[in-house]
Write a protein that binds this ligand. Structure first.
Ligand SMILES: *Cc1c(COP(=O)(O)O)cnc(C)c1O
Length: 356
């Protein structure tokens, strides 16, 4: 793929105080764009100064949510190298999402090439402070200027970069989560396994209401029986019960196949700890908590890596896990995954792709 680069003539000041970066609020000097149309396929791969897009008011993505995205990070090592974590996983997942939503697929090699080109151009934006990273947000969206919805004729692939601090500014402190009892996020045959804006639109109301009640995230149950635990907000859910790590199986297509989830399961299995990927009822969690067998619970995803769950509100009652403190195994998983990501530990699983 040939990428035409137009450098930003007015580069911005880098944020002086990296502790105030937050997540996804500041963007770098450049972005990647590539156009697709039904006759020519993908063309005009380019890196241009970061700035507003010009869209038709009839743009398909705005009206019908024909949009899929990804989220990954670039990390700065102590030696000053910049590296990515499993970018081909993101590339392949984006392909699966695009296939389901009906936007054109980007070839996984082109995806990784585009990410590498953009991150290496903006490498000075990868922050230096421990726990920070450069968040990479690729997106494909339908861009027909036609309110009639037919087979898509135009689409855009775009990548933007946001230097980011720790996802939870309060650090690895346990969060309070709340079972959502009325809205559902995904059902079998739906789009739950894709990373698409529509899934977030479906879950937004519950998230806002939970936040207003003092809960950081919603715990989603399955959309049909409302019995089985699925995900927590934008993270996959894991429990440590009776010495085993248990996480919902992906079989029904209603759960996002997280790359952090996959990496943690590989790590846990390599440590000889039993893993169960299966259906888990909310009742089983409540029973385990009441019997004192629920050792730890955490959400996992690229943004936060792991987020310990300290309290769960379900069926009119609040349950406390591990005394409302981060559990030792949750901390261990965080330490292991992040030390590979930041190049402090050997890349023994072959997860790292160097940028520069
Ligand atoms: C992105 C995402 C996750 C986590 O996936 P990672 O690849 O680990 O970042 C989990 N659930 C939802 C709904 C997501 O969008």
């Amino acid at each position: 793929m040939e990428i035409k680069i137009t450098k930003n003539p007015n580069p911005k000041e880098k944020p002086a105080d990296e502790s105030k970066l937050g997540f996804g609020k500041v963007f770098t000097d450049h972005m990647f764009l590539m156009d697709w149309d039904i006759d020519r396929g993908w063309h005009d791969a380019r890196i241009v100064p970061y700035g507003p897009l010009s869209l038709s008011p009839a743009c398909t993505a705005l009206h019908y949510a024909l949009e899929v995205f990804e989220g990954l990070k670039a990390y700065r090592t102590a030696e000053g190298k910049i590296q990515l974590f499993r970018p081909y996983e993101n590339a392949n997942r984006l392909k699966n999402s695009a296939d389901r939503i009906g936007v054109p697929e980007v070839d996984p090699d082109d995806f990784v090439e585009a990410v590498l080109a953009l991150v290496s151009l903006d490498k000075d934006w990868v922050p230096h402070t421990e726990g920070t990273s450069l968040y990479i947000r690729p997106v494909i969206f339908g861009d027909d200027s036609n309110v009639g919805l037919h087979t898509l004729r135009h689409a855009v692939f775009m990548i933007i970069l946001a230097p980011s601090g720790m996802y939870y500014p309060e650090g690895l402190n346990p969060v309070r989560i709340m079972v959502e009892e009325s809205d559902v996020r995904a059902v079998r045959g739906g789009t739950g396994y894709t990373k698409c804006g529509g899934n977030y639109a479906a879950s937004q109301r519950a998230s806002v209401l939970a936040e207003a009640k003092g809960y950081t995230q919603v715990l989603w149950l399955d959309g049909v029986e409302r019995k089985y635990v699925e995900e927590v907000g934008s993270m996959n859910m894991m429990f440590k019960i009776d010495g085993k790590v248990i996480t919902p199986a992906l079989d029904d297509g209603s759960i996002l196949p997280g790359i952090t989830r996959k990496s943690i399961l590989e790590l846990v299995r390599s440590e000889g700890i039993p893993v169960e990927e299966r259906k888990i009822t909310l009742q089983e969690i409540i029973d385990a908590a009441e019997a004192g067998k629920l050792e730890e619970a955490w959400g996992c995803g690229t943004a936060a890596v792991v987020s310990p769950v300290g309290w769960l509100y379900a069926e009119g009652k609040e349950y406390e896990f591990n005394g409302g403190k981060i559990g030792p195994y949750t901390q261990h998983l965080y330490d292991e995954i992040t030390s590979i990501q930041w190049g402090k530990a050997e890349d023994r699983f072959g997860w790292i792709v160097p940028v520069v």
